[in-house]
Design a protein. Structure first.
Length: 453
């Protein structure tokens, strides 16, 4: 995981002092390590990026973007996970998702830095590459029967949570003086709409088309609820992780349904934790498999009117059920998944915070009633997931995490929420919760907005 400090070193380490040790006065002094690397190394690399930014010399492409987000993300994430207090509620995820947004608000990042990060996340679509990697790699590592049972069982808590969250959110907002129209269309709906790209942007276009006015104006009204709810969901995920540590019986550790331990692992697939050690893994094949899935989804999307990320889940499930993917290909995809989930989540969130979280929009509508309403919607989703999931035979903590993702910031929110709970293996189910739940919410709101006048 991205907050791990354990180095992946070969079992046979040559004799002599470790690379991170220096001798002084006959005694070995160990330098601080970050995933097996002396922490001074990424610090120096970050300083190089800062100097390059000062001279407007950062390439405005994938290379420049990776240089920006990787160093800062791998420093800020572990820092958040080591600070007392917040480390127990997803500190690394919170810092990576809040600090860059604050710095961007105060114009700390210059145009060169922002352009490089935008080129990576938007133009090169690195965000969707990470999401597809987590989806494909985790599905190919699951037991087939367990996967299908889990996919079927996530809908009761998701539906119950959505209905309850809408009701509670409207009641709380109206108690603070908001109208029914504002409470539903401008606070509750954007929270449950599936994030920015698949939720808020289509909603703003629908509102503009029906009610008139500029879509950008509606966009500014919708974004704050999404951002605040996403932060609350991350904190909730961190709390759920702590609850799981104290009450292991409630925690599936990434498994949604309660099955016998012997049946919960695919007979031909090694655990994802072992994927990094697999000698048969071909990283190029793993990347090709993941990217081909997304390309296939993009190809079919106009025909079936489903977003490509949902089609990636469907394709992966079908291939897993049919058992037609060679073991070497599955192992290769899981290896890429293991690398990305361990090392690239914090950097991704750092970049997402710079580009996708406009702090000025949140500040413009900030009020006690607004924040409490957002909190109420998220907590209702999480509590329904917990208790309804438990009632249908799911691990309540994992079921709660999946339903919480429906109140997050789309794909970026799924990454941040699951990272705070150390549950990246739940990504396929989180995507179902986010995408399908979001699509239903957006369609419903777009159909009803004309009634609001």
């Amino acid at each position: 995981m991205p907050n791990s400090a354990t180095a992946l070193l070969p079992s046979s380490t040559p004799p002599g002092p470790a690379p991170a040790e220096q001798k002084k006065g006959g005694k070995a002094r160990r330098l601080p390590l970050l995933d097996g690397v002396p922490v001074i190394a990424p610090i120096i690399m970050c300083l190089v990026v800062i100097v390059a930014a000062t001279f407007d010399a950062i390439p405005k492409d994938m290379i420049g973007g990776l240089a920006v987000i990787t160093g800062f993300g791998m420093l800020l994430g572990p820092l958040g996970d080591s600070i007392p207090g917040i480390k127990k509620i997803g500190g690394g995820s919170l810092l990576c998702l809040l600090v860059p947004s604050v710095l961007a608000y105060f114009h700390v990042f210059n145009t060169s830095t922002l352009a490089a990060t935008t080129g990576l996340l938007k133009d090169a679509n690195f965000l969707y590459f990470v999401i597809c990697t987590l989806v494909v790699g985790s599905i190919l590592g699951m037991h087939r029967a367990t996967m299908l049972q889990a996919l079927a069982k996530i809908f009761p808590p998701l539906i119950a949570g959505t209905l309850a969250a809408v009701g509670v959110g409207i009641c709380v907002a109206m108690a603070f003086g908001y109208s029914l129209k504002t409470a539903f269309f401008y606070i509750v709906v954007p929270i449950l709409g599936g994030g920015m790209g698949e939720g808020v942007i289509p909603l703003s276009a629908a509102y503009s088309s029906t009610l008139g006015g500029d879509a950008a104006g509606y966009l500014a009204r919708l974004i704050p609820a999404v951002v605040i709810a996403n932060i609350v969901a991350i904190i909730s995920a961190g709390v759920l992780r702590r609850l799981g540590d104290k009450k292991p019986g409630l925690d599936g550790k990434g498994e949604l349904i309660k099955v016998r331990r012997a049946d919960s692992v695919d007979e031909k697939a090694p655990a994802v934790a072992d994927a990094l050690k697999a000698t048969t893994a071909n990283h190029a094949v793993g990347v090709m498999t993941i990217c081909t899935m997304f390309v296939a989804g993009t190809l079919i999307s106009p025909l079936v009117h489903l977003p490509a990320p949902i089609l990636v889940i469907i394709f992966s499930v079908i291939l897993k059920v049919l058992n037609v993917v060679p073991e070497s290909v599955e192992t290769s995809a899981r290896t890429v998944y293991a690398i990305v989930s361990k090392y690239f989540i914090f950097p991704l969130m750092f970049g997402v915070s710079m580009i996708y979280i406009p702090l000025e929009s949140v500040i413009s509508v900030l009020s006690v009633g607004y924040v409490i309403t957002c909190i109420a919607v998220v907590l209702t989703m999480g509590l329904c997931g917990f208790f309804v999931g438990k009632a249908v035979g799911m691990y309540p903590i994992d079921a709660s995490l999946v339903t919480l993702c429906h109140s997050g910031q789309g794909g970026t929110g799924d990454v941040a929420i699951l990272s705070a709970a150390n549950r990246m293996m739940l990504m396929p189910f989180a995507q179902v919760s986010t995408r399908i739940g979001g699509v239903v919410t957006v369609i419903t709101a777009a159909s009803l907005i004309h009634l609001a006048g």
